[in-house]
Design a protein around this ligand. Structure first.
Ligand SMILES: NC(=O)c1ccc[n+]([C@@H]2O[C@H](COP(=O)([O-])OP(=O)(O)OC[C@H]3O[C@@H](n4cnc5c(N)ncnc54)[C@H](O)[C@@H]3O)[C@@H](O)[C@H]2O)c1
Length: 346
C-alpha cells in the first residue's frame, strides 16, 4: 500500500457526491482515486471535485491494483453483490447503511470479508456524529442513571419522485428499513443491550408509497432484554411546511434524569437531572455538522485499513440493526409483534 489509502467511490448520487466525496478532501492519509457511476455526469462531477478518475463500470475500479478500498454509496439492493465482488478482488469495503437488503446478503458479505481478510465497515454515520457520540458519552458516564426509555423521531419529506429506487420495497425496503436501521443501531448502541421483540405499525401516506405498496410512515416499539423500551417514529411523509425537511428528536429517559435532543430547539441538547432540572449550557459540544460526521466515519475506516484494527461498528452490529428493522417491517405487515430469535416476546 502506498503511504495513502487509495479509494474508489462507487455510486455518486445523493450521499456519494454530497456526503462522502467532499469528506475525502479533508481526511488525511487517504486519496479518492476513482469515482464511478452508471450515470457518467455524476462520476465526472465527483472527479472534477476530487481529482479522481471517472468510471461508468465499477469492475474497472475493482481491476485497478492500486485501489486499496472501495466506498459503496449504491442503492441498498446492490450493496451485497458489489461488496462481495470487491472483497474477493482484495479491496477493503466501506458500505453505506443498511448493510444489505436481506439478512442472507448480510451474512454473505460478512463471510466474504472474513475469507478475504479485509475490512468491512458499514457507514452508520450517527456513530460518528458529535451530537450522538456526546449523548453516548453522557449515558456511559451515568449522567442520567440507567436508560430505561428511548423515544426517537426521524421525520423527513423524501425528496425523490416515484420512479426512484427508494420507493420500491425490493430495492430499498421502504422507510422502516431505510431510516429504521439508523434508529435500531442508535437504540442498541445507547442501551448496550439486545432487543427481544418489536411491534410496528406502517402507513402508506404519499401517492408514491401507495403505488409502490411501501410504507412511508411507521411507528415502532422495541422491547429490550434489560426491560428498556425504545419507541420510534420514522417518516418520509412530513411535508417541509410541517416544520423543516429533516427533523430529528431524541429523548433518553434514565433512572436519574433525561437527555433531550432536538434539531429544532434553540438549545438543541439539554441534559436534565431528576433533582436539579436542566443543566446548561451544554450545546457547545453538540454543534457538529453532518459534514464532520462523514469525515470522522471515513477517517475511522482509513485508520482501520492502515492499522488492521476492527471498526468500532462491526459488520455484526450492522447486521443486528438490519435484523431489527426487518422484524419491524414484518410486524407492520402482519399487525403482530415479532419476537427476536434470542428469547420469547414478553
Ligand atoms: N448515512 C446516511 O445518512 C444516508 C443518507 C442517504 C442515503 N444513505 C444510503 O446510501 C445509499 C445510496 O443512497 P443515495 O441517496 O445516495 O441514492 P442515489 O440514488 O442518490 O445514489 C445512488 C447512485 O448509484 C448509482 N448507481 C446505481 N447502480 C450503480 C452501479 N451498478 N454502478 C455504479 N453506480 C450505480 C446511481 O446512478 C446513483 O447515482 C443507500 O443505501 C442509502 O440507504 C445513507
Amino acid at each position: 500500500m502506498s503511504d495513502k489509502v487509495r479509494v474508489g467511490l462507487i455510486g455518486c448520487g445523493n450521499i456519494g457526491a454530497g456526503g462522502h466525496a467532499p469528506a475525502y478532501l479533508s481526511v488525511s492519509g487517504v486519496e479518492l482515486v476513482a469515482a464511478c457511476d452508471i450515470l457518467p455526469g455524476r462520476a465526472e462531477a465527483v472527479a472534477r471535485l476530487t481529482g479522481a478518475t471517472a468510471y461508468q463500470d465499477y469492475r474497472e475500479v475493482l481491476a485497478r491494483p492500486d485501489v486499496d478500498a472501495v466506498d459503496l454509496c449504491l442503492p441498498t439492493d446492490q450493496h451485497a453483490s458489489v461488496a462481495i465482488e470487491a472483497l474477493r478482488a482484495g479491496k477493503h469495503v466501506l458500505c453505506e447503511k443498511p448493510i444489505a437488503r436481506t439478512l442472507a446478503e448480510a451474512d454473505a458479505m460478512i463471510a466474504a470479508a472474513r475469507e478475504a481478510g479485509r475490512v468491512l465497515m458499514v457507514g452508520h454515520v450517527r456513530r460518528f456524529d458529535h451530537r450522538y457520540t456526546a449523548i453516548r458519552e453522557a449515558l456511559r458516564a451515568g449522567e442520567v442513571g440507567r436508560p430505561v426509555y428511548l423515544r426517537r423521531a426521524e421525520r423527513q419529506w423524501l425528496p425523490f419522485p416515484a420512479d426512484v429506487w427508494y420507493w420500491r420495497p425490493e430495492a430499498g425496503g421502504g422507510v422502516i428499513l431505510d431510516i429504521g436501521v439508523h434508529i435500531a443501531d442508535l437504540f442498541r448502541w445507547y442501551l448496550e443491550d439486545e432487543p427481544i421483540s418489536v411491534y410496528a405499525v406502517g402507513r402508506q401516506v404519499r401517492r408514491a408509497a401507495r403505488e409502490a405498496n411501501s410504507f412511508d410512515h411507521a411507528l415502532m416499539t422495541f422491547h429490550f432484554r434489560n426491560g428498556a423500551i425504545g419507541v420510534a417514529e420514522a417518516s418520509w411523509a412530513y411535508q417541509p411546511n410541517y416544520g423543516g425537511a429533516l427533523y430529528a428528536e431524541l429523548d433518553v429517559v434514565g433512572t436519574a434524569g433525561k437527555v433531550h435532543y432536538s434539531d429544532r430547539d434553540t438549545n438543541p441538547l439539554l441534559i436534565y437531572d431528576a433533582e436539579e432540572g436542566a443543566i446548561l449550557p451544554r450545546y457547545f459540544r453538540f454543534m457538529s455538522t453532518t459534514e464532520y460526521a462523514f469525515q470522522a466515519e471515513i477517517g475511522h475506516f482509513v485508520e482501520c485499513v492502515r492499522t488492521g484494527r476492527s471498526p468500532s461498528i462491526s459488520p455484526e452490529d450492522a447486521r443486528a440493526a438490519l435484523e431489527m428493522a426487518l422484524a419491524a417491517q414484518r410486524s407492520a405487515e402482519t399487525g403482530k409483534p415479532v419476537a427476536f430469535s434470542l428469547e420469547e416476546a414478553p
